[in-house]
Ligand binder design. Structure first.
Ligand SMILES: NC(=O)c1ccc[n+]([C@@H]2O[C@H](COP(=O)([O-])OP(=O)(O)OC[C@H]3O[C@@H](n4cnc5c(N)ncnc54)[C@H](OP(=O)(O)O)[C@@H]3O)[C@@H](O)[C@H]2O)c1
Length: 329
């Protein structure tokens, strides 16, 4: 089988596809013939050695895959050969054949395509845990998602809308705003406005009133974070999800006190490692929302496995809408 293999951390373009023996699932593991591999922003950070968790080398990058189970190891009870599944790993899915623990493997709904299956993984799990667990969302609250047209952001828009929120999409162009509206956003916030630190709040007030926004899911950091913090309502919550803009922001503790607001962090992979059954329950809920027509994972680009570097370059070039997929064959 072919796999992207990283021997040394470094530029994505330095990495190569190699041919390896087919893997064999161990106890509690399943072997998946990959059909669609999700491409995520952190994959690039892992390859370059800039991510918080780095695998032992050599390794294959990649955090999610969908496909068909071709073998199961000893002790596997829930998943069968022939099942159409999506699996989530810390790394190791940029491969034609992927071994996954059964615990982080989910049987996809029958009507779901493999592309949708790979797309409805890390991005949706991240936004669901950010909104429901970290922000303790209550039905009917207002939710601002920054980086709303990207993979994690668009998932946040859809989930918040599906759970009854009024959704504000923070984007960088009117076209991306319209795109987010087709996925459930009620209002669009321009993240390219001058003096975002103040102007973001003015935009939020104009859209939903001077109370401010109950919850911010911040995928961007930098100036968007600074502005979003000021746009929070009394007892508002901001979840730190990512720093796509590059700058890690700082918070003055007195600001939290004065406004009765919370800033909380999310590291989704910890939930997968520490409590896979909880992640499993959330995935079941996400699949139910999909089957009810409330989630529509958007795949905007497909690349053959060997073109993985072209896909990852799109994150740097910016403008990714929804999800990108690698097709192993
Ligand atoms: N905490 C976790 O557990 C977790 C899990 C997964 C991902 N993440 C993080 O979440 C972030 C988003 O990941 P993703 O896969 O959704 O990436 P993505 O698809 O590239 O989306 C990034 C979004 O951020 C926007 N953006 C980038 N720079 C910006 C700037 N300077 N100002 C305003 N908007 C900007 C992009 O808008 P344009 O397209 O207009 O540039 C895009 O909408 C990343 O930082 C990733 O590392 C965190």
């Amino acid at each position: 089988m072919r796999a992207v293999i990283v021997h040394e951390h470094g530029p994505v373009r330095d990495q190569r596809v190699e041919t390896l023996p087919d893997p064999v699932p161990g106890p509690g593991e399943v072997l998946i013939d990959a059909r669609a591999i999700g491409v995520n922003y952190p994959d690039m950070l892992v390859i370059e050695g800039k991510y918080q968790v780095l695998p032992p080398r050599p390794f294959s990058p990649g955090k999610e895959v969908s496909g068909v189970v071709s073998a199961v190891g000893k002790g596997v009870t829930r998943i069968k050969v022939g099942d159409r599944v999506m699996a989530q790993r810390e790394y190791g899915t940029y491969r034609e054949k992927v071994v996954s623990p059964e615990a982080t493997c989910y049987v996809m709904p029958p009507a779901m395509s493999f592309e949708e299956g790979a797309a409805l993984g890390l991005a949706y799990q991240t936004s669901h845990f950010a909104l429901v667990d970290r922000a303790a969302y209550r039905k009917g609250e207002t939710v601002l998602v920054t980086g709303a047209s990207g993979g994690v952001g668009l998932a946040g828009v859809e989930i918040a809308k599906a759970l009854g929120a009024t959704v504000l999409a923070g984007v960088t162009s009117p076209e991306k705003g319209e795109f987010c509206k087709t996925h459930g956003a009620d209002h669009v916030i321009d993240l390219t406005a001058p003096d975002l630190r103040n102007s973001l709040r003015e935009q939020v007030y104009a859209a939903i009133g001077k109370r401010g926004v109950d919850i911010v899911l911040d995928n961007v950091g930098g100036d968007a974070f600074d502005g979003a913090l000021r746009a929070l309502a009394w007892c508002g919550r901001l979840v730190v999800v990512g720093f796509a803009a590059g700058r890690i922001p700082e918070v003055k503790a007195n600001y939290l006190l004065v406004k009765n607001i919370s800033v909380v962090g999310l590291q989704w992979a910890d939930y997968r490692e520490r409590d896979p059954e909880w992640v499993q329950r959330v995935q079941t809920e996400l699949y139910a929302l999909y089957e009810a027509g409330k989630l529509k994972p958007h795949v905007s680009a497909r690349y053959p496995l060997e073109k993985f570097a072209d896909a990852l370059a799109r994150f740097v070039e910016r403008g990714v809408q929804g999800k990108m997929i690698l097709t192993p064959r």
